[in-house]
Design a binder for this molecule. Structure first.
Ligand SMILES: Cc1cc2nc3c(=O)[nH]c(=O)nc-3n(C[C@H](O)[C@H](O)[C@H](O)COP(=O)(O)O)c2cc1C
Length: 161
């Protein structure tokens, strides 16, 4: 199965999860670049909350050529980060199969579950799986086991191409 892991990460948590996931899935990786880095937290949160599509840099991988694209975003103001909102909209018509993951500051995963569901809606495809990882699990290293379990489930999923 040809797999791509695409993600946006501002402070490195989502990047760590994405890299571990790509290693587990033997996948290519696409870091999404945005031009938001110097904006204040309040402005980023507001953009996410208002469902703004941030400007993103050119991507290098054609999502249409992958069996599965796994997309990761931090949770911002309970919503999808604005760079990933753009990426999903740009690639919606090209996905064969999708799965989603997010990282979040709040140890409770209620808001992130909702956010992952809205990624599914935006992608216009039923997801093959969802994973949420709290920032403190990234810090402690506990995310590694979660990622391995998620990757194994994706590889074994009957909906895997
Ligand atoms: C603008 C902004 C808004 C955030 N809003 C939330 C939130 O609503 N809920 C939450 O659990 N974490 C929130 N966080 C924390 C991030 O989701 C968390 O730190 C995440 O792991 C950051 O990922 P990154 O290091 O890949 O950028 C927010 C962070 C930022 C910068």
């Amino acid at each position: 199965m040809k797999t791509l892991v695409a993600y946006y990460s501002r402070t490195g948590n989502t990047k760590k999860v994405a890299e571990a996931l790509a290693a587990n899935l033997n996948a290519d990786i696409e870091p999404i670049v945005s031009y938001l880095k110097d904006k204040s937290m309040a402005s980023l949160a507001m953009q996410a909350f208002m469902r703004v599509r941030a400007k993103i840099g050119p991507t290098t991988k054609d999502t249409a050529s992958y069996d599965l694209v796994v997309i990761g975003s931090p949770v911002w103001a309970g919503k999808i980060s604005s760079p990933i909102r753009t990426y999903l909209a740009q690639n919606k018509k090209k996905f064969t199969s999708v799965a989603f993951f997010c990282t979040h500051g709040n140890p409770s995963s209620e808001a992130s579950a909702k956010m992952l569901e809205s990624m599914e809606k935006l992608a216009g495809k039923k997801t093959a799986g969802m994973l949420d990882v709290a920032a403190n699990d990234v810090e402690s290293g506990a995310y590694a086991e979660k990622v391995t379990r998620f990757a194994t489930a994706l590889l074994e999923s009957p909906s895997s191409p």
